[in-house]
Design a protein around this ligand. Structure first.
Ligand SMILES: [Zn+2]
Length: 174
């Protein structure tokens, strides 16, 4: 099956009226901000989307994006690949929409003056949020082994504290 490209912008209301679904890709090199937080160029992002109107009459654009990112392990400082998956449910809002009334699952998105939302940007945002703040290899795959360097330091500091029992011993011996 040939994969289509996901549109850069979309009119969610019109898409919902047609019950449009999309299965396609966003080329990784187009996502400049995501590339900026990764150690290498990201691979293509696989996106599946479905649009519709729920029983409350709320227009939604629901989907999932999967990609593989190259990140620098903060433990051994070598790059590794990791798969990142995000799920989202956008709903377009106008000025008159009450955001408070939206069900929690919906993420309100402001539309442009043409009623469009910037789909690539929104999916890129979701992926950036999903990137770990301190990326590290999975246990057993790290070049530093599974020992955590910073945790070891904390233990050392604790050992330097005076032992309360030692103090008691001193008092007893006086
Ligand atoms: Zn590592």
């Amino acid at each position: 099956m040939q994969e289509t490209k996901i549109p850069v912008t979309i009119d969610p209301v019109r898409a919902a009226q047609k019950l449009s679904t999309y299965n396609g890709i966003i080329p990784g090199r187009q996502l400049k901000r995501l590339n900026g937080v990764c150690a290498g160029d990201c691979s293509e992002v696989k996106v599946s989307l479905e649009s519709g109107v729920d029983i409350q009459g709320i227009v939604y654009l629901k989907g999932k994006a999967v990609t593989e990112l190259t990140l620098d392990c903060q433990r051994c400082m070598t790059p590794f690949n990791t798969e990142v998956t995000v799920e989202f449910c956008f709903t377009p809002i106008g000025d008159e929409t009450e955001i408070d009334e939206l069900p929690q699952a919906y993420e309100p998105i402001e539309t442009s003056e043409y009623g469009e939302i910037r789909l690539h940007d929104l999916i890129e945002d979701e992926l950036i949020i999903a990137v770990p703040l301190i990326p590290v290899h999975n246990d057993g795959q790290c070049n530093q082994g599974s020992q955590d360097v910073s945790f070891g330091k904390i233990e050392e500091v604790e050992e330097e504290r005076p032992n309360p029992f030692a103090v008691l011993e001193k008092l007893k011996n006086k």
